[in-house]
Design a protein around this ligand. Structure first.
Ligand code: AMP
Length: 190
């Protein structure tokens, strides 16, 4: 079982590369952003709370995220090939909670894959995505806030995962298939 954290700033290509990994390896997938957007669409209490944070470019409180995560993880059963964690963890407490949740089940993170993309390119991609998908948080003002949140709250996880001994750096700029090839090289060595 290879549980993998796909990591990077908003717009770094986590979702796109996750889809390719699922197709190639048959992994399960948890995108906390997708879970929250579906809660918003369904008008649930969680969705209402989440929308307030998302529209401001802020993170949803850790306690809420950790509860969601455990229930989605358990929905995959015990015999899955691995889960791609996409957009989670985003804070050190979330990484600690993820580690504890997996340890309770006798599981672990096999690799953290950091997609490293320069900030200028991230802005370009997110503005384009906002035009194409209409995602409410892909507008210039909110994008700037989200990139700030990434640097302050999420980027410290790079060192955290280095200490765990599972960090892998990938250049996330260039051809999609080249980047995917670099990721599969990491996974094939696990
Ligand atoms: P994403 O689709 O991963 O870019 O997530 C969109 C938004 O959902 C983020 O800007 C946050 O407001 C919220 N979100 C997604 N995942 C998390 C998380 N792990 N912790 C806190 N907030 C999250």
């Amino acid at each position: 079982m290879n549980n993998i954290v796909i990591f990077g700033a908003p717009g770094s290509g986590k979702g796109t590369q996750s889809d390719k990994l699922i197709a190639k390896y048959g992994f399960e997938h948890i995108s906390t952003g997708d879970v929250l957007r579906s809660e918003i669409k369904n008008g649930t209490e969680l969705g209402k709370t989440a929308k307030e944070y998302i529209d401001k470019g802020q993170l949803i409180p850790d306690e809420l995220m950790v509860d969601i995560l455990a229930s989605v993880y358990d929905s995959f059963g015990k015999e899955h090939k691995g889960v791609i964690f996409d957009g989670f963890p985003r804070t050190i407490p979330q990484a600690e909670a993820l580690k504890a949740m997996l340890a309770e089940r006798g599981h672990r993170i096999a690799a953290m894959i950091e997609l490293d993309v320069p900030e200028e390119e991230l802005m370009k991609r997110l503005i384009l995505r906002g035009k194409e998908s209409g995602r409410s948080d892909d507008n210039e003002e909110t994008i700037k806030k989200r990139l700030g949140v990434y640097h302050n709250q999420t980027a410290p996880l790079i060192d955290w995962y280095k200490k765990e001994g599972v960090h892998n750096h990938i250049h996330g700029l260039g051809e999609l298939d080249t980047i995917f090839g670099d990721i599969t090289t990491v996974i094939d060595q696990l």
